[in-house]
Design a protein around this ligand. Structure first.
Ligand SMILES: [Zn+2]
Length: 538
């Protein structure tokens, strides 16, 4: 008599990927598979995460719960059934990590769509190859979406972004969807009469009345306080950067050529950071921009547009020295984002740049007193010093110095390992072993019946890499080593002024401070101010 196999099921659905099957569909597929195998699914061990993108594993609560159960002493199931590998892992490495972890605890996974059974001896190769195919597929998918949108733009439709001053209207040409409902061919932009006046006012205030973007934001926000209008493109209040744009010249209402009937598309794209899953906007080369002339969308006359451009140019030459310097320091200040305004809860940030940089409430600075009346401005160095000294970092204690010394030594060795011939050889030796294993995996995969161009290409690549490493190792037999001497003393000197040291590498400095500071608040008081700093318990 064979023993009953008990199974758990894991499903995940992410709203930002349209090719995904729903949770219900995924579970149904798993049930069907279990039925054909004669396995029993434990209903209380059906786990699912909804609307979590695959790139953010930290948000997958059900997944974590299942893994904990799987790794516990009396786990009630021997198998996990999953629709496909991408439900569990965001990349091949993760899929393999989960595979070895679960295998260690004696739990096997069955991936229904790909037919992978991790109890099978070729499972590791199968996962690797499926991951490869999957990532190629995803890359192609985003290319196809892009091409689709490009076609829409060129045929006169809107690419989908919301634009201030316009609304998007569907165009029907008799197409129907599978349920017989009318389906839009695309969307076209129409001027939104409710927002036109505000756009013209902004251009006039800047180009004819000579107001700054900050002043314009202040004026509009005071109106919002009184009358709830005019509504800004984003958020509750107007911000100077919405009007003038930040570093990228084509951002901001005053720079948007759509107001003179030039419709641009494809000027930037977003990329996801694999570490934290956050999207980042990246500007594209101007040769890739697509421009379509749409005179029906014009709101601003050429004359007014030119006035604005002329004034922008003037301002740029007037401020060019201070402007460049301050722009540089904007992104890299130690306390940006770490201190909040005691009045409005907004960020305390560098509000005036250059040599006399000052911290202040960004809402007060960018949106005006109607939004926040905390107008305290504090000298950059003094403010940073007082916040940092209140942290009592104690970098000068002996035991801390010893620790730092050994860590610095280790990091230098690791870092120079890439350039030091001896360490480099060792690292290459490791790589060689890894590559050889890869080759063996691909060969096994071919033996197991997977023989596609992808496998063949990867095998050829791995073999080429192996030959290169071997050649390098044969040519570089000699070794020389020069290491800088780092003493406790030099570290201690480096730490004498912690603020100065952290400012040398502001990005690291800020990351470090954010690990220590739980909440810092700049509280205005009559004629003075208080800085409250709460530390995290470490
Ligand atoms: Zn404030």
């Amino acid at each position: 008599m064979t023993e009953t196999v008990f199974c758990a099921v894991y499903a995940r659905y992410s709203t930002n990927n349209q090719r995904e099957a729903s949770i219900e569909d995924q579970i149904r597929k798993c049930r069907e598979l279990a039925a054909t195998k004669g396995w029993v699914i434990l209903d209380e061990h059906i786990y699912y995460d909804k609307a979590q993108s695959g790139t953010r594993t930290n948000m997958r609560h059900a997944f974590k719960e299942m893994m904990q159960t799987a790794m516990s002493n009396n786990c009630p199931f021997q198998r996990i059934i999953v629709d496909e590998t991408s439900r569990i892992a965001r990349n091949t490495k993760e899929a393999l990590d989960i595979f070895s972890l679960l295998t260690y605890y004696g739990i096997h996974v069955y991936y229904v769509s790909q037919g992978i059974d991790t109890s099978h001896e070729t499972a590791e190769e199968m996962i690797t190859i499926n991951g490869l195919i999957d990532s190629l597929y995803i890359r192609n998918l985003s290319k196809e979406t892009y091409r689709g949108i490009e076609g829409q733009v060129l045929s006169g439709y809107n690419s989908g972004g919301k634009r201030y001053g316009y609304r998007s209207e569907p165009v029907y040409n008799g197409k129907v969807d599978i349920y017989g409902n009318p389906e839009a061919d695309g969307y076209i932009l129409k001027i939104n009469p409710d927002e036109v006046d505000t756009i013209i006012r902004i251009f006039k205030m800047f180009g004819e009345q000579g107001y700054s973007a900050k002043k314009i934001a202040t004026i509009l926000n005071e109106e919002i306080k009184r009358t709830d209008a005019p509504t800004p493109p984003r958020g509750k209040y107007w911000c100077s950067s919405t009007i003038l744009g930040s570093k990228k010249a084509f951002r901001g209402i005053l720079n948007n050529e759509i107001y003179i009937g030039h419709y641009y598309w494809n000027r930037s794209f977003s990329k996801r950071n694999p570490e934290n899953g956050k999207k980042k906007c990246i500007a594209k080369d101007s040769s890739k921009w697509i421009v379509v002339q749409k005179p029906e969308l014009r709101i601003i006359s050429d004359e007014l547009w030119e006035k604005v451009k002329k004034r922008q140019k003037q301002l740029q030459t007037e401020n060019s020295g201070a402007y460049n310097k301050s722009k540089h320091s904007y992104s890299v200040n130690l306390l940006t984002g770490l201190v909040k305004c005691g009045k409005c809860g907004g960020n305390i940030a560098i509000v005036s740049g250059g040599k006399w940089a000052k911290y202040g409430c960004s809402n007060n600075w960018n949106k005006g007193a109607a939004v926040c009346d905390n107008n305290i401005k504090l000298n950059k160095k003094d403010f940073e010093r007082s916040v940092i000294s209140s942290l009592n970092l104690n970098f000068d204690k002996n035991e801390h110095l010893d620790y730092l010394h050994s860590r610095v030594d280790e990091i230098i060795k690791n870092h120079l390992g890439q350039t030091n011939p001896k360490w480099r050889r060792e690292a290459l030796g490791d790589q060689l072993k890894k590559t050889e294993k890869e080759i063996a995996n691909f060969i096994n995969a071919i033996k197991a019946g997977i023989f596609s161009d992808i496998v063949k290409n990867q095998l050829e690549k791995a073999e080429k890499k192996k030959a290169e490493i071997e050649q390098f190792l044969a040519e570089n037999q000699k070794e020389t080593s020069i290491l800088p001497e780092i003493t406790r003393n030099s570290i201690s000197m480096y730490l004498q002024d912690i603020r100065e040291t952290l400012s040398l590498h502001p990005l690291y400095g800020r990351a470090l401070l954010s690990k220590v500071i739980a909440l810092a608040v700049l509280q205005p008081q009559i004629g003075s101010h208080v800085i409250d700093v709460n530390c995290k318990t470490l």
